[in-house]
Design a protein around this ligand. Structure first.
Ligand SMILES: [Zn+2]
Length: 313
């Protein structure tokens, strides 16, 4: 058990959340700010330095009372070095030694990892994954990806990018272009950031809908679905199928029996998960159970997971 405070930072494409945790793992202060989407690595890091300093000051704490700062970034990161190769939602943050930059300016331990890995660690230790040996956290929100926990540890792969099941190919060279520079990856069929384009294409193909490509998001999609909107029904059925295949492929590769689902599009609820489960079961012919669970930690999942990099289990 650590005796000091820990800060967890969850940097997303729309907001950056900060959490200050006491030595019992309780959140004692929390704040969230809009993401400076155009910032480059140093500018983004300078904002973090300023905010961390402010949080300590207003809680009458010094850096000596801090065990460290964990940061979850929506980036392709080499976890051991904290080097960021690219960030699809913040294109200015790339080829940047972010951990070293922060470490040189803040007198405390800094750990950086991918946000899906941080969320996976949070659910494994404190949420729906408690009691399991291995677990996969699957995010469906702005993006689609996963964090893999094997024997209690995040599995990062050779280059730090394990779990990027969203960029595995579902329909190679067919479908929407993704930030991974391929067409037809699972993300292009599932992720929220591709919803507007999928609405646009549906309308172009003559499918009737109340959805507007300018404003389409998960909430509007569910509203339309609930009023039997033809395009919304097709879109959610498609998402369910592709998500089932994505999870099925991860299961076949890793043979991990527990999948925990998080991210904004989980709000689609039964509309998505009932047909998704049905499709998975249709393809699954082995008598061992595969558990699908919903993430339990809510909006704090990212800051809890980031802080977990400092709190040793
Ligand atoms: Zn992709």
């Amino acid at each position: 058990m650590n005796k000091k405070y820990v800060i967890g930072i969850d940097a997303g494409g729309t907001k950056v959340a900060y959490g200050l945790f006491d030595n019992n793992g309780k959140i004692v202060d929390r704040e969230s700010q809009p993401t400076e989407a155009d910032a480059d690595g140093p500018a983004f890091s300078d904002t973090i330095i300023k905010n961390v300093t402010d949080i300590l000051k207003r809680n009458s704490l010094t850096f000596e009372q801090l065990d460290g700062i964990g940061i979850g970034m929506p980036s392709f990161i080499q976890q051991e070095t904290g080097y960021i190769f690219m960030t699809s939602s913040m294109p200015g943050i790339k080829d940047f030694a972010m951990r070293d930059y922060l470490q040189a300016r803040l007198p405390t331990q800094i750990v950086l990892d991918n946000d899906a890995n941080a969320a996976a660690l949070a659910e494994y230790r404190h949420g729906a994954g408690r009691g399991t040996r291995h677990m996969v956290y699957v995010v469906i929100g702005t993006g689609h990806g996963s964090g893999i926990i094997i024997d209690g540890k995040v599995f990062s792969g050779s280059y730090g990018a394990a779990g990027e099941c969203g960029h595995a190919l579902a329909t190679p060279d067919e479908g929407l272009m993704c930030g991974c520079k391929n067409k037809g990856c699972f993300m292009s069929h599932i992720a929220g950031r591709h919803l507007p384009e999928r609405v646009r294409q549906g309308l172009k193909n003559g499918i009737k809908s109340i959805l507007n490509p300018e404003t389409a998001d998960g909430k509007k999609l569910l509203e339309a679905y609930n009023s039997n909107d033809e395009l919304a029904v097709i879109m959610i059925e498609d998402m369910a199928r592709y998500l089932a295949w994505s999870v099925f492929n991860v299961y076949q590769t890793l043979n991990i029996d527990t999948f925990v689902f998080g991210g904004g599009l989980t709000a689609l609820g039964d509309a998505l998960f009932v047909p998704m489960r049905k499709e998975f079961d249709r393809l699954y012919h082995i008598p061992f159970p595969v558990h699908f669970k919903m993430a339990q930690l809510g909006e704090n999942i990212g800051i809890i997971g980031a802080a977990e990099y400092i709190v040793k289990a």
